[in-house]
Write a protein that binds this ligand. Structure first.
Ligand code: SAH
Ligand code: SF4
Length: 344
């Protein structure tokens, strides 16, 4: 019989589990307190739980935090983790300090099936989805490595995989992160990035999660976006932006549009003007990501002057646009550089 990963259960489900093991429901709340507030994952060490309950838990459940197989520090202070799950599947998570901020970038799938032409993860194909507990297990594994007193301040779903293609587990992991009885993380400090799955965006709009949404747009012209991102052949730019316009943004929150700058592909001043036009009427900010290279990539990063000219064309039109100089480039941990061989 396979063991239930307690990290896969919402607080209410932990309470029901306690009940099913003959304990009162509040034992489930205590269990959550141990795992998420005290960060104790050994059930036998949860000293205020009755011994028979702890023993029943060890028979049927586990707290499966992935192993840190490798941790590579970068010159810029970021760290890349290669994490290994029980079945041998591996993903990467990246920890990125920036002033007062400490952001963890998590993966939602082992590989990715969307095949964006500029993305190294896309070259792997999809191996499997992660469960909710495997997604939040990355947070626990990374948090364990921090010196006492240091805490994660932000979480971005921008690692390997497409969060909305693993919809149920992604949403469940977001509930676990934001539920005060579990991690209790502020939803404003969490960002989910999507390749632009219209159905998923529409479903997410109904969940009342209040997390930030980032859309990987990357082109203003359907012919170019079709070529860069095969997903565009199913959902064209207009359809995607219509779903973004309908998305209920919480007060003062803005939607992020990510735009990877590829030399001579999508980096012209005309493309910047068109981008400003397309986003009219959306409370948007733009994150420009100069292309991060990987072995055999068919693209190049534009020269600095071209990046700044693109940004200026947006700023002149009153649009907030920042350039994201990716972290961890020297260790292959920057946006779109993640790839890990999978050994089953
Ligand atoms: N699948 C999701 C989230 C993971 S990718 C998505 O596509 O949005 C996180 C961001 O990195 C996306 O905006 C993605 O387009 C971008 N990215 C991928 N490869 C890149 C590369 N080589 N250089 C710069 N950004 C890249
Ligand atoms: Fe997948 Fe996102 Fe990479 Fe596209 S950019 S292949 S959706 S991880």
């Amino acid at each position: 019989m396979s063991l239930i990963n307690l990290l896969d259960l919402l607080p209410d489900e932990l309470e029901s589990l306690a009940e099913s093991l003959g304990a009162p429901r509040y034992r489930g709340r205590q269990l959550a307190g141990w795992m998420y507030h005290k960060r104790v994952t050994d059930v036998l060490a949860m000293s205020d739980l009755p011994r028979p309950f702890r023993e029943a838990l060890t028979q049927r459940t586990t707290v499966a935090v992935p192993d840190v197989e490798r941790c590579t520090p970068s010159r810029d202070g970021s760290r890349k983790f290669v994490l290994r799950y029980d079945d041998g599947a591996r993903v990467q998570s990246v920890l990125m300090p920036d002033g007062e901020r400490l952001t963890l970038c998590v993966s939602t799938q082992v590989g990715c099936g969307f095949g964006c032409a500029f993305c190294y993860t896309g070259t792997m194909g999809l191996d499997r989805n992660l469960h909710a507990g495997e997604i939040i297990g990355q947070v626990l594994a990374a948090a364990r490595t921090l010196p006492s007193g240091q805490r994660l301040t932000h979480i971005v779903y921008m690692g390997m995989g497409e969060p909305l293609a693993n919809y149920g587990a992604t949403v469940k992991s977001l509930r676990l992160l934001t539920d005060p009885r579990a991690f209790g993380f502020s939803p404003r400090r969490i960002t989910v990035s999507t390749v632009g799955l219209v159905g998923g965006i529409e479903k997410l709009a109904q969940e009342n999660l209040r997390v930030n949404l980032a859309i990987s747009l990357h082109a203003t012209d359907n012919a170019i976006r079709d070529r860069l991102m095969p997903v565009n052949r199913g959902f064209a730019i207009e359809e995607l932006l219509a779903a973004c316009r309908r998305f209920p943004l919480p007060f003062r929150q803005r939607m992020t549009f990510e735009y990877v700058l590829l030399e001579d592909v999508n980096d012209s001043p005309a493309a910047a003007r068109e981008l400003a036009r397309l986003l009219k009427g959306i409370r948007a900010k733009i994150n420009l990501i100069p292309f991060n290279d990987w072995p055999g990539a068919p693209f190049a990063r534009p020269p600095l002057a071209r990046v700044l000219a693109f940004q200026n064309a947006l700023l002149e039109r009153g649009i907030t646009a920042t350039v994201r100089w990716s972290k961890g480039e020297d260790i292959g941990a920057a946006c779109g550089q993640l790839s890990e061989a999978v050994v089953a």
